[in-house]
Design a protein around this ligand. Structure first.
Ligand code: 5GP
Ligand code: 5GP
Length: 245
């Protein structure tokens, strides 16, 4: 229904390196029953995004950007949805909103692939299904896709490029001692996938910067990669680690 279609510009396919999720001070857990995931990038989410927003910079909040917070109602009405940096909870955020809740039935044929490619590493709730349904409610409901297509396309996009293999081809292999120039990481992904991605780093328990998440940009249909239309502020330093998982 085009009258209710979300008017975002592109998706981020966000993939996390499990080694960098796990070796922070907060640690990680493996999904119940599934054991340790393979040493591969796993999906975090497929997030609809605006190419422009009114935040001081792009990642300042999914809700209203800072410049808009505190604005009066007339201004808000004029800015409309474009005052946000991305749409979220398009089906409403509440748990009572049964119609927008992900049902296991929706993804029954994808569960095995999702379990391999989109495992939760959180210790709060070791069920990957809870992670998928959270991502569906927050981001998927804004995607203009039904739940099955949303998850199927995320999986298809991830299958196109094995990011760990792309990095290994450029000599960037997991290590707890080596560091790599972040520009080499960026170039390796651009070369290996054909498109410019954004990178996010976090810090290990010793405070050293490491590659945490790769944000690949994807067209509005969630079918093809595109060059990311805008850079992201990153916590990456000139050289980063790719810790062993
Ligand atoms: P963080 O502040 O940890 O980077 O992000 C917290 C959450 O905000 C993410 O899990 C995601 O749901 C949302 N988020 C952060 N950055 C972006 C972005 O650039 N685009 C979208 N669509 N969501 C984002
Ligand atoms: P977002 O950053 O998308 O807003 O939030 C991610 C949410 O999913 C957090 O509340 C986090 O606790 C939960 N979560 C569950 N499993 C994972 C995981 O493997 N990685 C990340 N980044 N978040 C996870």
């Amino acid at each position: 229904d085009s009258s209710t279609a979300e008017d975002f510009d592109f998706f981020y396919l966000v993939q996390q390196w499990p080694g960098s999720f796990c070796d922070t001070r907060q640690g990680c857990c493996f999904p119940d029953g599934a054991g340790k995931p393979e040493a591969a990038f796993g999906i975090h989410g497929l997030w609809p995004n605006y190419a422009k927003c009114r935040g001081r910079h792009h990642r300042e909040g999914g809700g209203l950007a800072r410049a808009v917070l505190g604005a009066d109602d007339a201004f808000l009405a004029a800015v409309g949805r474009r005052g946000k940096c991305w749409p979220e909870y398009c089906g409403g955020g509440g748990d009572g909103d049964g119609g927008h809740q992900l049902s296991p039935w929706d993804v029954r044929d994808l569960v095995a692939s999702l379990g391999r490619s989109w495992p939760t590493l959180s210790c709060k709730n070791r069920r990957s299904f809870e992670f998928w349904s959270y991502e569906w409610k927050k981001h998927g409901t804004c995607s203009n896709l039904d739940p099955h297509d949303y998850f199927a396309r995320a999986l298809q996009l991830r299958e196109r490029h094995d990011l760990a293999a792309v990095l290994a081809d450029a000599g960037i292999v997991p290590s707890d001692t080596d560091t790599y120039p972040v520009d080499r990481v960026r170039d390796a992904i651009a070369q290996g996938t054909g498109f410019v991605a954004n990178l996010e780093c976090n810090r290990d328990a010793d405070g050293e910067a490491q590659l945490f998440q790769v944000y690949q940009c994807v067209d509005r249909e969630a079918k093809d990669l595109i060059d990311c239309p805008l850079p992201m502020p990153t916590k990456c330093t000139d050289r980063v680690k790719l810790p062993v998982f």
